[in-house]
Design a protein around this ligand. Structure first.
Ligand code: ZN
Length: 873
């Protein structure tokens, strides 16, 4: 228990202290929760941030949402597990370390050698990993740190190797020659989705290979033509019929080529000369054509981006140098027909922006099309589509289902080997042309371990189950331990930008090993943009550092500001004012709670006595907010839940009921009952301040207090909210009339209310009408004909009110006239709505009813104002 509740809330004084007390309690770990054996599980595996990351706004919104879900379910009695971890992010980390070393010592990784370089990488990890984890804690994340995982730690290495071997043994992983996206700078292959396309102008050259062959070809990359093994034409193209089926041997600038002339429907007759030089080793399209026609492959460019040996004077030149030289030589030989400038799209590396070289290379692949025996003969691709089509996995928002399916249905085999140093080593050994895949090196001499590492998504694709003890927790098709308790997980909450890179791979890998989905729902949050709707970026200087925000406004304010105005899958704007506004709310909330606690004892009353109209009104409002918040959180409508709760606390509770409690008195029971509900209700959204208040009041931790539901409270029977709302309207009307007529706030005045059918109600509530910042010294109930002539007139619903005060007749007429005009405008709008048969047909009955009531009451009000204007004139 914290010391007696302090006067003001300074987040700095509480947050770290409270976080430590939570950690010490051990309750982040579901094994320590006091639960029945049958309690259902609720699992989220934190999408692991890269170890090189610093917390950014995207992480912050992810943590705010996931922590909300976990705390909510923990309070609801679920076995709630939120499992933390980080990603080794192979290429990203290697590049970061390479840059660092180059900057500090001027050395490259090759200067250091593999062993030394990897030592540097691990040193780097020790420093950076701590930063991101510390920052996650600052957000208040209730992660089970006892289960902390890293994609490259020992248990995960074991899991990755097992997965690779299993996939290899069932023929899903294979080794093959493929055209791969090669980055000559990173010296590694890239996955298709790691390639970025950039529009650029290029030169398109049209030329003959030789004077002996009058077929012109066009290309932007003449240097690759040294590796051509065929010419392809459209089968309908009459111009080349005499060459079809022939093999033409010729010398292309001194390099011997043997070109088969083939036909292919994909060749466009009208593009260039209608003939295409086929380069199987350096173009994905040509490689596919070569497969169909059994063409020879001839590699021209090596892994460093240099022309290989055997290409006479062009050997050892970079591809750019070779291009220049070849164009020059073509010109001199009179073979160049024309050069045009064209716009085309160049593929580049997403890490270093180097131009990608498509290369033919021996790599490891995951087949997405191979039928898998233990999956009823279906392929990974088929299974991954099936579980989303039949809604075993649901997307929120639902429109991303189609994005996912489009991606999966067009998936090609996944190249998983990378030629970088940092990452999971491939559990394979080579001896000349032999390959062995297994956990241990074969005993005989001569076996060398495969030098490649695995694509970083291979290990993060296994994240939901490698973190839960797979493979040890999985034997003979039976899950046990954590895997049995917590898998499939409930929700994957992540940015919509990694559906392709990550989500689809997680689905395939979980289906392959466990034949079950990795999660039941995918919740996609949008990007956080700056106040003007632009992407936040370091280089533009418009980024907001969440750590700065936390320091200034506290973690709860940051969390609340990230939860409001956000809808799944949509980008949202963010500016610092949002955090500031929520900080103001938190201060207000602190003061309200302090007021309630200081006047109540430590006892919480569930069965509060409801004595007055105001009691019944606030308590039914309270029950409504309890019900609504539960409903919103179930539907993951976080924004609405947050806004409604804040509005209830600030407006209904603080602005109205707390003021009333100063007049009606003896509200301790009902206030403490509601505060206990509100603190439990708001805890998942703003955990620190709610826990701080709770602990200075009660002797327990709020984190595991039951989430409130209406069934635990006494029900309010037969309460008509409209009665109290009428009293509110009268009070507001009096306040506004005073202010419009600039009546001194301290001046007590007399008021007259024309009696109507609500007379009893109004008489009963006159203490509130007179005293709730209305400053009425006497309230008189009169017949209409008794209404004072010289008085301020106002109207609430259909109740006429007169405040005894001298008025300037012209000014009053002007004011009333303005009010008349406003009302007329408003009535017109409502009428248009109600005349719209579409609206009346489609809108819920309740909404239509409300509109009709609005029309009726405004029309009545208008009549009274017109009458008053007549009388004044
Ligand atoms: Zn690169």
């Amino acid at each position: 228990m914290l010391e007696k509740i302090s006067k003001s809330y300074n987040p700095e004084d509480f947050e770290d202290k409270i976080y430590k007390s939570w950690e010490k309690s051990g309750l982040f770990n579901p094994d320590n929760l006091d639960l029945a054996e049958s309690a259902p599980s609720y699992t989220i595996i934190l999408p692991p941030p890269n170890i090189t990351d610093k917390l950014h706004m995207g992480h912050s919104v992810m943590i705010a949402i996931e922590d909300l879900l976990i705390r909510y379910h923990r309070q609801k009695g679920y076995r709630a597990l939120w499992l933390p971890g980080t990603d080794h992010a192979a290429i990203a980390t290697q590049n970061a370390v390479e840059k660092k070393i180059l900057k500090e010592t001027g050395k490259t990784r090759h200067d250091l050698g593999k062993e030394e370089f990897l030592k540097e990488v691990w040193k780097f990890i020790d420093e950076t990993q701590a930063t991101i984890l510390k920052q996650i804690k600052k957000m208040g994340a209730s992660l089970d740190w006892s289960r902390l995982a890293f994609t490259l730690d020992e248990p995960r290495q074991k899991a990755v190797e097992k997965m690779f071997v299993d996939m290899y043994e069932s023929g899903v992983i294979y080794r093959g020659e493929r055209i791969v996206n090669w980055c000559p700078r990173c010296h590694s292959t890239l996955a298709d989705d790691e390639v970025e396309y950039k529009e650029k102008t290029s030169e398109l050259y049209t030329f003959y290979y030789s004077k002996d062959l009058p077929i012109a070809i066009s290309t932007t990359r003449p240097e690759t033509k040294l590796g051509d093994t065929a010419i392809a034409v459209n089968p309908k193209d009459k111009r080349y019929s005499k060459y079809l089926g022939k093999t033409i041997n010729l010398s292309f600038l001194g390099v011997d080529l043997s070109l088969q002339v083939i036909t292919d429907n994909l060749v466009d007759k009208s593009f260039g000369s209608g003939a295409l030089g086929v380069t199987p080793a350096h173009s994905m399209a040509d490689w596919q054509m070569a497969q169909e026609h059994n063409l020879e492959f001839k590699k021209v460019i090596d892994e460093d981006g240099l022309i290989k040996n055997d290409f006479s004077k062009y050997s050892k030149l970079s591809s750019l140098e070779a291009r220049k030289k070849i164009v020059n030589d073509l010109k001199e030989a009179g073979l160049l027909i024309k050069t045009e400038t064209i716009e085309n799209s160049i593929s580049t590396c997403y890490r270093c922006s180097s131009v990608i070289e498509p290369l033919l290379s021996k790599q490891w692949f995951v087949s997405v099309d191979k039928p898998i025996k233990h999956l009823e003969g279906k392929s990974l691709k088929q299974k991954a589509a099936e579980v989303v089509e039949n809604e075993e996995i649901k997307f929120l928002p639902a429109r991303f289902k189609q994005t996912y399916l489009n991606w999966v249905n067009n998936l090609h085999d996944w190249c998983i080997s990378r030629q970088i140093w940092f990452g999971h080593r491939i559990p394979a050994w080579h001896r000349e042309d032999e390959v062995y895949v297994g956990f241990e090196k074969p005993k005989e001499a001569g076996w060398q371990k495969d030098e490649d590492t695995l694509d970083t998504w291979f290990s993060s694709g296994m994240w939901t189950f490698s973190t839960l003890g797979w493979p040890d927790n999985y034997q003979n098709g039976e899950k046990k331990g954590d895997l049995a308790k917590f898998h499939p997980t409930n929700v994957l909450e992540t940015g919509y930008d990694i559906i392709t890179l990550w989500v689809s791979r997680m689905v395939m890998m979980s289906l392959f090993t466990l034949n079950e989905v990795p999660f039941k729902e995918v919740y996609l949050h949008g990007m956080i943009l700056d106040g003007e709707g632009k992407k936040m970026s370091k280089s533009k200087g418009n980024g907001i550092d969440p750590m700065d925000l936390i320091e200034k406004y506290g973690a709860d304010a940051v969390r609340l500001s990230l939860l409001t105005g956000v809808t799944p899958g949509n980008d949202s704007r963010y500016s610092e004012e949002k955090a500031e506004a929520k900080r103001n709310f938190i201060n207000k909330f602190w003061n309200i709670s302090r007021f309630i606690i200081s006047s109540s004892d430590n006892k919480i009353n569930k069965k509060a006595q409801l004595n007055t109209l105001a009691d019944r009104w606030i308590f039914s409002k309270f029950l409504e907010i309890v019900e609504n918040t539960n409903e919103r959180l179930e539907k993951k409508d976080f924004s609405l839940a947050t806004e409604e709760l804040i509005n209830f606390i600030w407006n209904d509770l603080a602005n109205w009921y707390l003021e009333i409690s100063k007049i009606e008195k003896n509200k301790e029971e009902i206030l403490s009952c509601m505060l206990s509900g509100i603190l439990r209700l708001i805890h998942p959204l703003a955990p620190f301040v709610s826990e701080a208040i709770w602990q200075s009041w009660q002797n327990t931790t709020l984190m595991t207090e039951k989430y409130p539901s209406i069934s635990e409270f006494v029900n309010v029977e037969n309460v008509d909210l409209k009665d109290f709302e009428l009293i509110q309207e009268i009070i507001v009307a009096i306040r506004e009339a005073r202010s419009a007529h600039k009546i001194e706030p301290s001046k007590k005045i007399a008021a007259y209310i024309v009696v109507n059918k609500k007379e009893d109600l109004i008489k009963n509530q006159q203490a509130l009408i007179k005293n709730l910042k209305t400053n009425i010294k006497e309230l008189n109930f009169i017949e209409k004909k008794q209404a004072p002539k010289e008085a301020v007139f106002t109207i609430a619903s259909d109740i006429e009110i007169y405040l005894l005060q001298e008025i300037d007749k012209d000014q009053e007429l002007e004011r009333l006239d303005k009010e008349r005009k406003d009302l007329e405008k408003y009535i017109k709008i409502v009428k248009v709505k109600l005349d719209n048969s579409d609206f009346v047909k489609k809108a819920p009955e309740k909404v239509v009813k409300i509109e009709k009531e609005k029309l009726k009451s405004s029309t009545e009000k208008l009549e009274k104002i017109i009458e008053k204007i007549k009388n004044l004139k």
